[in-house]
Design a protein around this ligand. Structure first.
Ligand SMILES: Cc1ncc(COP(=O)(O)O)c(C=O)c1O
Length: 422
């Protein structure tokens, strides 16, 4: 590693003998402590080489193996591997509309205002109308039960998209019951939550009618791009498999294996296929996931401990050990007393070469969603807590290879800035 005068480093692409060192693009300017890092070693390299050697690059035996392993890990009947988490959501929304026989009816889907924009964008793509609801309170970023229930009572809601923010259970069992009571369907956006559970031990993503995962580069299980739809509903699984590949009656892999030609088209679908390279990476990443998530939780606890006496900041769910214990600890969200303090902490960390992020700007604040709200293509609920949360949140580095010493360094910078109120 080469350190520059700005505290920003350039890292060569290498793995140490113990497989612990990080891998970054040669010659790119990087943070001294990045926000996230891949948990990769020779196993992933070998898996990719084997795919290249197999001379079959998409939707083949590795995709099937990844789906079977993930289904077993989650304890769910069906896993359909797809190109990314956004198209997993799109397929889930379409399945919901199809299941209710109301395809393309402009019905509402409840979406929390604090989430990655994909949760709402995918609903638009399937001609559903997002209803942006508030979060629990200004320090708790899960979907507000009160607001969700009042929207369910007042509107024709087809689905709730429940986001498990930071990989913590945001009320899966509760919203499953509420949606059933109101004749809506629960979709879990579990993009942050692979390997997380409810306190009763049920895998997040498997409690609603459909669950969606993302395997984007910064996720706990990272394959670059990649995602999965999971469900216990046989009909949904059959439809989603069909739509994943243009509604074709057979895949090119099946035709290759059976030496047959030709296919029928049963329904209008998409190309949301999963590549064999992604699946091979997914198989390796899944093997590492339990230990990697355990290390993330350990680091989360270290942050909580180190900042316990800093009154002006608080870690989201830092006082809920029972939730943390079962979470995937995907990101480390810190709430500051004021927006000004948040900005000072961010500046001090960046000065020290430490990357931070923000999860998230509320969806209602984006230009395109403001316009959609004016045109009544989206409904905006109370959103006061979401706005307040977003003003004060900063996301700190969290990944399995992050050292205890780095957490201490990050927290002492935060403590210095917070205590000095400088
Ligand atoms: C909460 C949430 N939903 C959906 C997505 C979309 O996943 P992808 O980037 O794989 O399309 C993400 C990705 O960051 C996410 O964080």
């Amino acid at each position: 590693m080469l350190e520059s005068s700005e505290g920003i480093i350039t890292i060569a692409t290498t793995y140490s003998q113990d497989g612990q060192s990080s891998c970054c693009t040669k010659g790119r300017r990087m943070w001294r402590i990045p926000l996230s890092d891949l948990n990769y070693d020779e196993a992933e390299q070998q898996a990719v080489l084997e795919v290249l050697g197999s001379r079959w690059l998409t939707m083949g035996p590795r995709t099937e193996e990844f789906e079977a392993r993930l289904a077993e890990f989650l304890g769910v009947r069906h896993v359909i591997a797809v190109s990314n988490g956004t198209c997993a959501l799109q397929l889930a929304y379409r399945a919901v509309a199809w299941l209710r026989g109301q395809a393309h009816s402009n019905a509402f889907v409840i979406v929390p205002d604090i989430t990655f924009v994909a949760t709402a964008n995918a609903a638009f793509a399937e001609r559903l109308t997002p209803y942006l609801c508030d979060i629990v309170d200004a320090e708790t970023p899960g979907l507000s039960p009160q607001e969700a229930e009042s929207v369910l009572e007042a509107k024709q809601v087809q689905a709730i998209a429940l986001v498990h923010y930071a990989g913590f259970d945001c009320g899966a069992e509760y919203f499953a019951a509420v949606s059933k009571r109101h004749g809506a369907i629960l979709i879990e956006d579990a993009a942050h939550a692979i390997g997380a559970r409810t306190i009763d031990g049920r895998a997040l993503g498997t409690i609603g009618e459909v669950g969606c995962f993302s395997f984007f580069s910064n996720k706990n299980l990272a394959t670059g791009e990649g995602g999965a739809v999971v469900t216990n509903n046989d009909e949904i699984a059959e439809r989603v498999r069909l739509w994943r590949c243009h509604g074709l009656s057979s895949s090119s892999t099946q035709r290759h294996a059976a030496r047959s030609v030709g296919y029928d088209v049963f329904d209008v679908g998409y190309n949301f296929r999963c590549s064999e390279i992604v699946a091979a990476l997914g198989i390796e990443q899944l093997k590492k996931l339990p230990a990697a998530n355990a290390r993330r939780r350990e680091l989360y606890r270290l942050y909580i401990e180190a900042l316990r006496n800093v009154e002006a900041v608080r870690i989201v769910w830092g006082d809920r050990p029972e939730l943390l214990e079962n979470s995937a600890a995907h990101i480390l969200p810190l709430l500051c007393e004021t927006e000004a303090l948040r900005d000072r902490i961010r500046a001090a960390l960046h000065e020290a070469g430490i990357q931070t992020s923000h999860h998230y700007a509320p969806i209602h604040s984006f230009t395109c969603y403001r316009r959609a709200a004016e045109e009544r293509n989206v409904c905006v609920g109370k959103i006061r807590n979401a706005t307040e949360f977003a003003r004060r949140e900063i996301t700190l580095p969290l990944y399995p290879a992050l050292s205890d010493e780095s957490v201490s360094e990050i927290c002492s910078i935060i403590a210095r800035v917070a205590k000095g109120r400088a």
